[in-house]
Design a binder for this molecule. Structure first.
Ligand code: HEM
Length: 367
């Protein structure tokens, strides 16, 4: 059936609502994950998917006694169990919504709704669940903690992309009329370069958090009173072969290793800032009536807020609310860049710059 038929649009609209809900829920799950880590509750339940073998955190005297007998090395701490379990319930609900979306896509496949993407997200969320399990069973091994965080951001990005696609289909938007060229043509590789930088910066943030390197530098703009702290140990700081075994709650790295991670995350922020300041300024100057004003502004605002949150984190020694907000705004920055790229790709004359050149050249050769 035609992608622009009324029934196709109706199916897309329904799915778009669910995809939006799933994306919002993914933001909540990501923030709950950060909160769990920040209140040191990542090992609040030593097993998975239950908590000491129960569906909820053991509360009564008898269930606590059973739990402590099952896991004598990690006695029950109810205050730590709940953040972990709330994160798991929210993630479980997100999993169900994502599976529902995938089923809906398969059922409506003849209506032209996207099918591969929802199926991929469903598969990805299973993998993300496995990373959640390994986070616990491998005792907060930093490699897995960082990948779990990146997996959460990836799930959110994919759900947002699905929402964009479904909304576009629901509105039955056609490709805009093709213009020969636009002053914004040629920005595509730079936008993707920016996206890559943001992903790398998020990965550095995840590594900072997973190794508890947040408090390695408590002053600004210097670190431990020095512009380039003496003895920074990049080899250990970025040793991704830290072995499985010890309990990584609170981190196991040397102080010099943590300083190296923290300083690299700061430098990364400066690179991202300079890159986007230049890119957005150039796009702004050439935007004309492209309609990209809001998308460009959004990236600029979110990036500024994210940097301010990062600085506040350091100045006030990682207050819980600011640290959770810094995590969420990292996701926000990623989404705002994806949104800008999406809007940019919809502009006529930006997608097929190379194809247009080739056609023109062919015409010239033929002539
Ligand atoms: C483009 C800008 C930035 C991005 C995308 C970014 C992203 C992130 C992310 C995703 C995390 C992991 C959060 C978590 O797991 O809870 C993080 C952690 C952190 N970031 Fe940034 N960040 C940026 C700029 C900055 C700046 C400018 C500073 C300070 C100078 C900073 C300081 C920190 C600190 C201290 C942590 C560790 C917090 C913790 O352990 O909870 N960030 N960052």
């Amino acid at each position: 059936m035609n992608q622009s038929s009324p029934s196709s649009s109706l199916a897309a609209r329904k799915m778009a609502k669910w995809a939006t809900f799933a994306a919002l829920l993914a933001v909540v799950v990501i923030m709950l994950g950060a909160w769990t880590r920040l209140v040191h509750a990542g090992l609040g339940c030593p097993d998975w998917p239950g908590c000491y073998g129960f569906l909820t955190v053991p509360q009564s005297e008898s269930s606590i006694a059973i739990a402590n007998a099952r896991f004598p090395d990690t006695p029950v701490d109810v205050q730590k169990g709940w953040p972990e379990m709330i994160h798991r319930y929210a993630a479980g609900t997100l999993g169900l919504v994502v599976f529902g979306l995938a089923a809906c896509a398969v059922r409506n496949r003849r209506l032209g709704v996207p099918v591969k993407l929802p199926l991929f997200i469903a598969g990805f969320i299973v993998l993300q669940g496995a990373f959640g399990m390994w986070t616990v069973t491998l005792k907060l091994w930093p490699q897995v903690v960082a990948l779990h965080l990146l997996g959460g951001f990836t799930t959110l990005s994919l759900l947002t992309l699905l929402t964009f696609r479904l909304r576009r289909q629901a509105r039955q938007e056609q490709d805009r009329k093709s213009l020969a060229s636009t002053p914004l043509a040629g920005f595509r590789p730079w936008l993707y370069g920016g996206l890559l930088l943001v992903v790398m910066q998020i990965a550095l943030g995840a590594w900072t958090a997973a190794n508890y390197a947040a408090v390695a530098c408590t002053d600004l703009p210097t670190c431990q009173g020095q512009w380039w702290p003496e003895g920074m140990d990049f080899q250990h700081g970025f040793d991704i072969t830290q072995h499985v075994g010890p309990n990584y709650l609170g981190g196991q790295l040397t102080a010099d290793g943590r300083v190296a991670i923290h300083v690299t995350h700061r430098l990364g922020a400066m690179v991202v800032l300079v890159y986007f300041a230049a890119l957005l300024a150039m796009m702004w100057r050439r935007r004309g009536d492209s309609g990209l004003d809001n998308a460009i502004r959004l990236v600029a605002v979110v990036l500024s807020v994210q940097i301010l949150l990062g600085l506040t984190n350091v100045i006030f020694h990682i207050p819980l609310s600011i640290a959770v907000a810094h995590n969420a705004m990292g996701a926000g920055l990623l989404l705002s860049v994806i949104h800008l790229i999406w809007q940019y790709q919809l502009l006529p004359g930006t997608r097929n710059v190379r194809a247009t050149h080739t056609t023109t050249m062919n015409q010239e050769v033929t002539a």
